[in-house]
Design a protein around this ligand. Sequence first.
Ligand SMILES: Cc1cc2nc3c(=O)[nH]c(=O)nc-3n(C[C@H](O)[C@H](O)[C@H](O)COP(=O)(O)OP(=O)(O)OC[C@H]3O[C@@H](n4cnc5c(N)ncnc54)[C@H](O)[C@@H]3O)c2cc1C
Length: 407
Amino acid sequence: MATQSTDVCIAGGGPAGVMLGLLLARAGVDVVVLEKHPDFFRDFRGDTVHPSTLNLIDALGLRARFDAIAHTPLERLDVVLNGIRIHAVDFASLPAPNRSVTLMPQWDLLDLLADAGAQHPSFHLRMDAEVTGVIERDGRVTGIRTRDGDEITARLVVAADGRTSTVRRALGLVPREIPVDTDVLWFRVPRPARPVPDTLAWANRAGLAITIPRPDYLQCALLVPKGSLDALREAGIGAFRERVGRVVPRLADVVGAIGSFDDVKHLNVQIDRLPRWWRPGALCIGDAAHAMSPVFGVGINYAVQDAVAAARVLIPALRPGASSPARTTADAVDAACAAVQRRRAWATATMQRVQRAAHRFLGTGQVARLLDNPPTRTQRAVLRVALPLLRPVLARVVGYGFRPERL
Ligand SMILES: Cc1cc2nc3c(=O)[nH]c(=O)nc-3n(C[C@H](O)[C@H](O)[C@H](O)COP(=O)(O)OP(=O)(O)OC[C@H]3O[C@@H](n4cnc5c(N)ncnc54)[C@H](O)[C@@H]3O)c2cc1C
């Protein structure tokens, strides 16, 4: 058993944990990030790098290294509704320079952030290191334990270990679930021979699907009623392929690439939020504090935004030379944790409310009834008026979320 001491010990090397580790280490705070997997390679957990995160990449001076990694900027997002292409989101309305959502495999982004962290002597990333519990003394969290029996004591423990957070459970914090009736099935297909314009969503009476363009293939998602996976499996992969082909007719030629249900990953859509994000000596951020629905693809963005908000208030409380007696420092750290929740809870709750409303709408199949093909005169008139008003609002909500953070 080894023991180690640090300022901040972060459980979880996802977007929230690695970003917070980098931001703290840049400010000279000693930080240990523990990731249970030996690498960041886990397909598929979302690839979207939003304008707010791109702004952060710029502010961190990482743009040249980011640009050197293969990625796909999407300046607009189209939706195909009953066969009619609608130009729904246009990031051109956002302030320069970042006017696109960029698709980059999450492991590449995490590698970039971890490499940037490694430039700072106070950044310590330990891979293959699973946190199994917390150490407490007199009602205060003072460190963590790992699967290998190591103990790391810290002035602050951060739970950034995702939506099934072990640390959150060890802290006795229980998230409040917000019911949703949809699940998502993720799979990939080759790009069809006849190119398909970049399209985010396809909806018709057969269902709703998402297609995320990657350089060599399309990462796809089919929305299904919660709990329907067993019935789909029973109906067989042929029926599943046929359904995908009905929702996205342009994919009918390539759905054969979905070999079996082993190629289909089930995302149990979950929306939840902790009533209290911290306890003395410990703070939850990212999915550990709030699981987001995939609607608008904001999970990574929100995890990163939590990290920025946390770094901003924690650095003054933790920075070397913050010369206060031990108890006062602990109080300052706890006050900073409370400030993180105050800052981020509204932004999170508001987005979750919007996501829940979207689920209610999508779940009833009403989306397919929005537009006939061909559209009626009224529908055409509504689209002409509503779309130009809606586009910048959607660009802002998708691109930044609510209450975006700055370094
Ligand atoms: C299938 C799928 C598709 C998604 N698509 C999108 C998308 O398109 N856009 C988007 O923005 N979001 C998407 N999301 C959500 C997004 O992945 C999360 O919201 C985001 O990654 C949350 O970041 P996080 O750092 O809080 O947690 P996570 O990314 O979950 O990271 C937690 C990390 O902690 C590690 N860990 C867990 N337990 C322990 C432990 N005990 N000890 C040490 N380490 C531990 C995990 O291995 C993981 O690396 C998707 C999620 C899924 C599952």
